[in-house]
Design a binder for this molecule. Structure first.
Ligand code: UDP
Ligand code: MG
Length: 307
């Protein structure tokens, strides 16, 4: 059995074409497959469209989440509920072409990879191109994860790799990082990322920034290192500045007056606030993890048994 998982959030205009192209791509190499659409709390007619499409394609299943949990959570739902020996993860806006699936499958079957992920060698009409590339470059450096550069969620995994991913229960999730973290034999397929077929991106700038922060905080101690470095640097500078001021005073001069005092108080105060913010991010994340809440909740699972 082969599983394709696709999260969708307010993608009503895309469902019909998405389903048709996915079915066609899958049927070119297997007859035993399921397509799991994860409806991530859409507020438009996405669910109705999915139910409609399901009437024509019995191999389509719908996981209807109880609200919008975010696309990393939606992918997680798909990974946990997929039954296939092989599982592919694909965005629902056709930026990741389903036509690549047969080749990814061949690479896993014939070239001995456990995981094949799509590596973007270009993008069409996409916003935030530079920011995303910069983020990947930076993230690769600080997290020491080799596989990450220019790959997102688009990937295919065998059962062993899926089981490994599913074992990671952290509630703050960055799946491309987690996928690199688990190891296994990882391969890449290069592709040009298409422009979104229809509609606005559902990952708003705010959601992307949160995702980037989650990635950095959960895969590196870079923020702590920066604090430590600045703290140490500051201490050394201020030690010598203090010494200088003391000697100056003893010699009877008074170089330091009102402005230097206020400025150093202000400088120290703001650096401490930044450090407290970084600490706060960690404490918040520890708190989030310790709550141990479910990553997603299913309202209804439309598979063969439910009807
Ligand atoms: N998505 C989702 N939940 C969300 C946001 C997005 O399931 O809260 C889905 C969305 O429908 C799409 C995929 O995740 O299928 C990627 O979203 P988008 O295209 O907006 O992200 P980008 O391509 O900008 O990374
Ligand atoms: Mg997209």
């Amino acid at each position: 059995m082969f599983s394709l998982i696709i999260p969708v959030y307010n993608e009503e205009g895309l469902i019909v074409e998405l389903a048709a192209r996915s079915v066609k791509a899958l049927e070119s190499f297997t007859t035993n497959y399921e397509i799991l659409f994860i409806n991530d709390g859409s507020t438009d007619s996405t669910l109705q469209k999915l139910i409609e499409v399901r009437k024509h394609h019995s191999r389509i299943k719908i996981i209807d989440l109880s609200k919008n949990f975010g696309h990393q959570a939606a992918f997680t739902a798909g990974l946990e509920l997929a039954m296939g020996n092989y599982v592919a993860m694909m965005d629902g806006d056709l930026q990741d072409p389903p036509e690549l699936l047969p080749e990814m499958y061949r690479m896993i079957k014939e070239e001995g990879y456990d995981i094949v992920s799509g590596k973007r060698i270009g993008r069409k009409g996409s916003r935030l191109k530079i920011t995303t590339n910069l983020f990947h470059f930076f993230f690769k450096k600080i997290a020491g994860i080799a596989e990450i550069e220019n790959s997102g969620n688009f990937s295919m995994l065998n059962r062993a790799a899926v089981n490994a991913l599913v074992q990671m229960k952290e509630s703050i999730r960055y799946l491309p990082g987690m996928r690199s973290f688990i190891g296994f034999n990882q391969g890449h397929i290069e592709y040009v990322r298409e422009a979104r077929l229809e509609g606005e991106p559902k990952m708003t700038l705010g959601k992307l920034i949160v995702l980037a922060a989650d990635a950095i905080f959960s895969f590196s101690k870079f923020p702590i290192k920066v604090c430590l470095f600045l703290g140490t640097f500051g201490t050394i500078i201020f030690f010598f500045a203090g010494l200088y001021a003391l000697i100056d005073k003893m010699l009877g001069h008074s170089l330091f007056g009102w402005s230097s005092t206020v400025l150093s108080i202000y400088f120290l105060g703001s650096i401490q606030l930044v450090f407290l913010g970084v600490m706060g991010e960690y404490v918040y994340r520890i708190y989030k993890e310790s709550q141990n809440r479910p990553i997603y909740l299913v309202k209804k699972f439309y598979d063969a048994e439910t009807e």
